[in-house]
Every structure is written in structure tokens, then in C-alpha cells.
Write a protein that binds this ligand. Structure first.
Ligand SMILES: [Zn+2]
Length: 198
């Protein structure tokens, strides 16, 4: 029988994506054996996350500064905005190091089934950003899922009439593919071959 503390930690860890109760328990044991090293390090990292992370008021990225490092970087092209569903997608694209513009995180995708409406996402903020001027291109980098593509088409429609080029990742993306799971080469290829949205 494990102590209440161990049980609590194992339960908390088992809720993490990719971890079940069994691997959570193994992680706890692993940490207990490394109380002075790995556990201290993990505690420090978790505390830093809790205390310092903020959401960027411009793009929705998560960082320790607001605006985030990407929005604040003068070397990044403010005229090009890449729209993604989630922060994980932003990180995946940025790891590929091919896109030199800025980002806009929607915070999800439109879904009739789950009742996610445009105003539940940061779509109005995106339209405002583009209306504010100084943007030449909006790259829609939604996942190649039905909901991702519905979201992309909706945004393209909303941007119609604004003086901006709307492009979309090339369909080198596997159908149903989620950006975060793609290797960097595939992502880079999809970005390089991006095409105008009709
Ligand atoms: Zn930002």
C-alpha cells in the first residue's frame, strides 16, 4: 500500500497526456529514488511555470513575457501571420524554423459537435489584427482534419475583402494529420508549398 502522498501524485500524473496509472506510478517511484536531483529539478521547473508563464496578448502564445519573444522579435516579419489551432502547433512550426513571420493562436477549432463557435476562439482578435493594417499574408495552418479545414474556410471567408493574401498549408499533410505529430521535414514542405485559399 502506497502512502496517501504517493497516491495523490500518481493520480495527478496519470492525468497527463500519454501517461496511464501504471506509468504514472513508475514515474513516482523513479522520482522518489532521485529525491535530491530529478525531483528538485522538476519542482523548480513546475514552480517557474506556475509563477512566470503568461499568455501573449497579441498572438496567444505562452511565454514568460507579454508580448511573447516571437512578437517582440524585430527580426520576425510582422507582415506575415501564421494562424494555428493550438500553442503546440505554433511550437511545432517554429521548431521547423522555416516560418519567419509571426503567429496567431486560435485556441481550438470550430466544432458544431462540441459547440465551439467563432467567438469562442480568437477569430475576432485575428480579424482585428489584420484590419489594423501592416499585414500582407495570412497563412492558415490548421490541422488536416474536417474541423480544422472548416475553421480555415470560415476564416478565409471572414478575411475576404481585406487587402491580405490568404494562403493555406499544402496538402502534403496527411488527411487527419495533426501538425504537432508531423516530422519537421514534412511540416517544412507543407509550409514551403503553401497555396492561395480559394
Ligand atoms: Zn506573441
Amino acid at each position: 500500500m502506497a502512502s496517501q502522498e504517493i497516491e495523490t501524485l500518481a493520480q495527478a500524473l496519470s492525468r497527463l497526456p500519454g501517461l496511464g496509472p501504471r506509468s504514472a506510478r513508475r514515474a513516482v517511484l523513479w522520482l522518489i529514488k532521485r529525491r535530491e536531483t530529478a525531483l528538485v529539478q522538476l519542482l523548480g521547473a513546475l514552480e517557474a511555470l506556475r509563477d512566470r508563464l503568461v499568455e501573449c496578448g497579441t498572438c496567444g502564445n505562452v511565454d514568460t513575457t507579454n508580448p511573447c519573444a516571437i512578437c517582440a522579435d524585430p527580426r520576425r516579419d510582422a507582415r506575415s501571420i501564421c494562424v494555428v489551432e493550438d500553442v503546440a502547433d505554433l511550437w511545432a512550426l517554429d521548431r521547423a524554423r522555416l516560418f519567419t513571420g509571426r503567429y496567431h493562436v486560435l485556441g481550438g477549432r470550430l466544432s458544431a459537435l462540441d459547440g465551439v463557435r467563432p467567438e469562442d476562439l480568437s477569430i475576432p482578435a485575428l480579424i482585428e489584427r489584420v484590419q489594423g493594417g501592416g499585414v500582407d499574408e495570412v497563412v492558415l495552418a490548421m490541422n488536416a482534419t474536417l474541423e480544422g479545414q472548416t475553421t480555415a474556410h470560415y476564416i478565409a471567408e471572414r478575411l475576404e475583402g481585406l487587402p491580405v493574401r490568404v494562403t493555406q498549408l499544402a496538402h502534403g499533410l496527411p488527411v487527419g494529420g495533426e501538425l504537432d505529430y508531423l516530422d519537421e521535414g514534412t511540416l517544412a514542405q507543407a509550409l514551403r508549398a503553401r497555396r492561395p485559399m480559394v
